[in-house]
Design a protein around this ligand. Sequence first.
Ligand code: SAH
Ligand code: SF4
Length: 345
Amino acid sequence: MTDIKSLYKEELEAFITENGFPKFRAVQIYGWLNKGVKSFDEMRNLPKNLIEFLSNSCYISVANIEKKLVSRYDKTVKYLFRLNDGEYIETVVMSYHHGYSICVSTQVGCKMGCTFCATGKSGFSRSLTASEILAQIEASQDDLGIRISNVVLMGMGEPLDNYDNVIRFLRLVSSEDGLNIGMRHITLSTCGLVPRIYDLAEQKFALTLSVSLHAPDDETRNKTMPVNRRYPLNELIKACRYYFDKTGRRVSFEYAMIDGVNDSDENARALAGLLNGLNCHINLIPVNSVKGASYKKSSVARQQAFIKILSQRGITATVRRTLGSDINASCGQLKRNHTEEKGGI
Ligand code: SAH
Ligand code: SF4
């Protein structure tokens, strides 16, 4: 079966004409798909034989709302979506003064096994297709009656471990015929799959690359992020420098501050040394506690001392505002709770 919503417009046209239907039918189908129809029967201006052909050879990816939580504090919305095959993923919609931002998942689970991450703790099931990443945006927009302006690939999964589908998603979501969300409004977060960072740089997209650093030295990072044993920090930072040189886009770094693990003055000095001369910004995130891990958030005083050391060395860092704290808005947690309720892991 062909995943029809993952096709580029030209691919859809080729598919339709190769199967003996005129090209203008592809334009009609594309229009219906963009309107968010969930079945081919809804495409009312198509002849019966074409509807029959599509129903027998293609499917439309959907994200059905299984659960929806709305934060009492800041209107952040978190969805647990059920996909065509019954898998569950999470998506978060945040409201900012400049518009709505969505945090989408790219995989069901994750292989990377970071010790502080709820998704990493629940294992890996499969990668999402481009249309399944898009479906999260469409379903959220429909449900909330809004238009999303910013997309962050920071939900469940490692986007660069699903490279081809993610590239396809990026092209589709930014296309003028599609949702038309420009690359400048997109952020891709990665734990640091170095070869894929080089590949992404070659695409020369105007998106923001955000690298999950979380430690200033290999010894600490090896313990919390197993990916570091494969691609250590010197290689990762070299790839980030290359990314900046190639695209001209400033790289962001995520740094979850964990009490007593990576938040000392010495850690701050090491971090400044590591990033010396790189045009970047650091987002500090007080770590969210996760079941099965005993990590604690750094104190506010520690956060401030850390920022001060960085800024004295010319590196800008800000503490990220935590949204949706009452609804477990960091990804992986809702799915875990849901699976536990159902008697799973
Ligand atoms: N796999 C990608 C993107 C998804 S994770 C990546 O790792 O970058 C999105 C972000 O949430 C990453 O920066 C990740 O390190 C961070 N994160 C995961 N668990 C967290 C936790 N318990 N507290 C704070 N940040 C966390
Ligand atoms: Fe995967 Fe990112 Fe979680 Fe690490 S932090 S386990 S890479 S989702």
